[in-house]
Design a protein around this ligand. Structure first.
Ligand code: FRU
Length: 489
């Protein structure tokens, strides 16, 4: 007996040793493959940078990839004095494909340091893309990235751990944290874009997709501190009219939850409550967060404010694609309505202030291209609408019209939106190459558009049909954001 047992134990030991050696060898292979793929991705990106940089329509103070295609912001997080932004990135061209996670960090979300590509698809194992996801600090203070792994199989949710405190080099945990089996009998399609969050000491995860053709946000609860095992809690939210949901993100503001969902081609906000016992979200307010941008991500800044990023697409294929909307703070009014406004740190970009006097607009207000840098400026304008029926802003090819009668605002670069009726209108406008961001009435509505104003000599013209006045306002020329490449290798 003893002899057989000892033999078995020795046999087991030999097998364990063999497994360990194989593990170490394959780890070596994994590391070599990672280093090789990241080196290739970096070389390809660097080779494309000069051409991308030369395009005059490229935004200069919006965050964008060094070159080539980018889409969704991923894994936005504040940690140890740095704001990290990861993003969907194709290092190999200016069209969507070969999704990796690009990476940059910032002290203030205004000026950036570009960092090496963080996550790569492990092609040797059939993984084709690292899709969108989030980063999260576990209950032991360790950072984890959650992402959807795509290959010639069903999507899986995987995690990765940073190998250094700067979150620059990463290793993948060698098995998925969740696969479709977690749902038991519930059939889930288009399952992706994990977003973890913590409430009441418990860790939860959201994923987007659909079940039976209903756009859904699915809720999971962590079963371990390592966040490698999850229990399906059910469909937390069903979209009232969309067949699919991508990139769900959530944050608590006061005692309400703000749930953002990407329902192509827009981001929508649902403000409400979650009953964690039943795992159900109840909507109290619904709004379109920012027409013209997509695939939002949230972070909590160093003071706990909720900051929103999203992707604006360009599809021009000029050696680059896309940018992120300006970092904006989300707040709720006393009535629980969502507001989105540019963060205060963006005032660092201002180089010259042009104060505007109280002026009647029926005769028009002209700010010519000598006074303002018509391709890179911010305008903060407050209008008294008086007896006017419409207000017009014109900047080269870009137009904005406010129809006072219908309380409707439209631009030549974004769909029209409804604004609450009132005798005043505040427009906070940013123009940056081909990127425009408009915040209406202290963030009641926001528009993101893509149009290059073109000729700049004419500058900005403001007129009204009937009598409106500019009560007060200012225009600021804005400098480019700094993009530091000293760690981009
Ligand atoms: C949203 C999205 C995500 C997906 C990613 C792929 O734009 O479709 O759902 O993870 O892009 O790049």
């Amino acid at each position: 007996m003893l002899g057989i047992g000892t033999d078995l134990r020795l046999g087991n030991l030999a097998r364990m040793l063999a497994l360990l050696v194989a593990g170490i060898l394959s780890m070596g292979q994994g590391t070599a493959e990672r280093d090789d793929l990241i080196a290739k991705a970096m070389a390809s990106t660097k080779a494309a940078m000069a051409a991308a940089e030369a395009d005059p329509q490229r935004p200069t103070y919006h965050f964008r990839a060094p070159a080539n295609w980018m889409n969704d912001p991923n894994g936005t997080i504040y940690r140890e004095g740095w704001y990290h932004v990861f993003y969907q990135f194709n290092p190999y061209g200016d069209q969507w494909g070969h999704m990796h996670w690009g990476h940059a960090r910032s002290r203030d979300m205004v000026d950036w340091e570009n960092l090496p590509v963080a996550l790569w698809p492990t092609w040797s194992k059939g993984e084709e893309h690292i899709f969108s996801g989030s980063t999260f600090i576990d209950q032991d203070g360790k950072v984890k990235a959650f992402y959807t792994s795509i290959g010639q199989r069903d999507p899986e949710q995987w995690t990765a751990r940073p190998l250094d405190n700067e979150l620059i080099r990463w290793e993948k945990v060698d098995q998925p944290a969740l696969n479709l089996a977690v749902h038991g009998d519930t059939k889930v399609d288009e399952w992706r874009d994990p977003f973890p969050f913590r409430e009441g000491g418990k860790d939860y995860l959201l994923l987007g997709g659909n079940t039976a053709g209903k756009g859904s946000v699915f809720l999971y609860e962590a079963l371990d501190r390592e966040l490698g095992n999850w229990k399906f809690r059910g469909q937390m939210f069903q979209h009232p009219d969309s067949g699919n949901i991508e990139c769900p993100n959530i944050a608590k503001i006061g005692n309400k939850w703000v749930l953002l969902v990407s329902n192509f081609p827009r981001v929508e906000a649902f403000v409400g409550t979650i009953d964690f016992a039943s795992g159900k979200f109840t909507t109290e307010h619904r709004s379109v967060l920012s027409d013209g941008s997509y695939a939002s991500q949230l972070l909590h800044d160093k003071d706990g404010h909720v900051i929103h990023f999203a992707w604006a697409n360009t599809s021009d294929h000029k050696g680059w694609n896309g940018w992120l909307t300006l970092p904006s703070e989300l707040t709720l009014t006393a009535a629980g309505e969502l507001r989105r406004n540019p963060i205060a740190a963006l005032t660092k970009l201002r180089t010259k202030e042009i104060k505007l006097d109280h002026s009647e607009l029926a005769t028009g207000l002209d700010l010519n291209g000598k006074q303002i840098d018509a391709n890179h400026f911010e305008a903060d304008l407050e209008f008294e609408l008086g007896s006017a029926t419409a207000l017009h802003l014109k900047l080269g090819r870009w137009n904005l019209t406010y129809d006072v009668v219908k309380s409707e605002l439209s631009t030549s670069a974004s769909p029209s939106v409804q604004v609450q009726k009132g005798s005043k209108l505040r427009l906070h406008l940013f123009v940056d190459g081909s990127a425009t961001d408009v915040y209406v009435n202290d963030g009641e509505q926001t528009l993101t558009g893509r149009i290059a104003p073109g000729a700049t000599e004419e500058g900005l013209k403001i007129t009204s049909d009937g009598n409106a006045t500019l009560a007060h306002g200012a225009i600021y020329n804005l400098r480019p954001a700094k993009f530091d490449f000293s760690h981009f290798n």
